[in-house]
Design a protein around this ligand. Sequence first.
Ligand code: AMO
Length: 446
Amino acid sequence: MSIDDEIGEWRRTHYTSQLDSRLDNEHVTLMGYIASIRDHGNIVFVMLADKDGEVQLVFKRGKEVSNNSNSESISIPFFKVKSLKEHSCIAVKGKVKVSPNAPRGVEVVPEELKVLSLARSIPPFSVYSRTFPNLDLRLNLRAIDLRRYYMRAIFRIRHKVLKAIREFLDKEGFIEVNTPKIISTASEGGASLFPVFYFDREAFLAQSPQLYKEQLVTAFEKVFEIAPIFRAEPSRTNRHLAEAISVDIEEAFADYKDVMNLLERMITYTIEYIVKNANDELRIVNPMLTIPKTPFPRYTYDELIDMLRKNGYSIEWGDDLSSEHLTFLGRVINGYYFIVDWPSSIRPFYTKNNGKIAEAFDLMYNDLEISSGSSRINKKEELIERLKIQGLRVESFEYHLKVFDYGMPPHAGFGLGLERFLMTIAKLDNIRDATFYPRDIDRLIP
Ligand code: AMO
């Protein structure tokens, strides 16, 4: 038989984070889930967690009979306390007591208890466990996995990172836009597209907002979008998702050096914001986070090719850097750094170049690429030429090319992978922990 209660007229008076010694002897109503239970027979300690923190509840046997005149008496049948399981959702009305030994310096002695949802199963990890190696098991129970304080800290940092980025770009005069995610043509080359049925036609999920954000600079000059990008990445790595969040910006009357400076300032602004405003979370995930020094080092592609060759790697000019190359570079160069002036043949068709070298950059953190960007081609004929060189069908891009007939300003921009940036801030080994339900070649459910 279920003992679940209804919330009824009860409403929370405080979050656990608001409880302190100034509330000694006050009556409070708390709600949340049970983080842990220590049962000592006649006394049961329950840690009640809510979105911001936790507090200890002390249930004592023997004070459970009430229903008479004494309103101070406690009316909780002890079998109800004994039936509690971790993760159950409860509400209590009770009295705050100063208790120097309790985790918050206060505890709460409940006088009434509602079991709003009694847990039927207990996950195989505690909310206090920092790591739990079986990722599949965690992902199958992801909503509950996020109750772990470690995961909660990551997601709270994620929220603050987004807040800081929006704040920064707003101050810089950018406006936030949204562009279609169902599209007719590739923007980043054809290989990694997800096809979808679109009424009676074939369409694709957007790999990036690239062409649309370029078009938007004609009217707004400075735009940004924070939205999903879709990549049919068949590889199983710790840094690729099939659905990721990209922070995209595009700016008119600017080149790649301008947007590199902007990106560098955006990174440091965000990290400074996190260092100042996410103390509790950093203590759990990355207490050593420091604000990186600027300017970030800039290496040309040529310099790195030389460095790789001198260290025994065989690489032809024009080859992309492989994960093996990046692993080596990440060991030699630490923290954030730019790789600039790439061969144009390995950059997307819209990248401005002199025929050989592209005005393009990647922002790296050790061996991890977290952003890439470039100056863009703003002349129609040049863009048509690049489409042909890269073997793309010019007709498929007519809708985009025609915008260039009406005065397209010089412009530049970048895309920053939110989950990858979060990996650097929260020191994550696996990108899957930077997102709720990672989509990859093996995972479509939940
Ligand atoms: P690019 O393809 O390099 O550039 O993507 C930009 C950034 O997005 C992130 N990213 C990913 N993150 C997780 N999983 C993936 N599969 C994945 N793919 C990309 C990376 C990467 O640096 N249109 C250009 C950007 C621009 O020039 O404005 C673009 O999409 O952090």
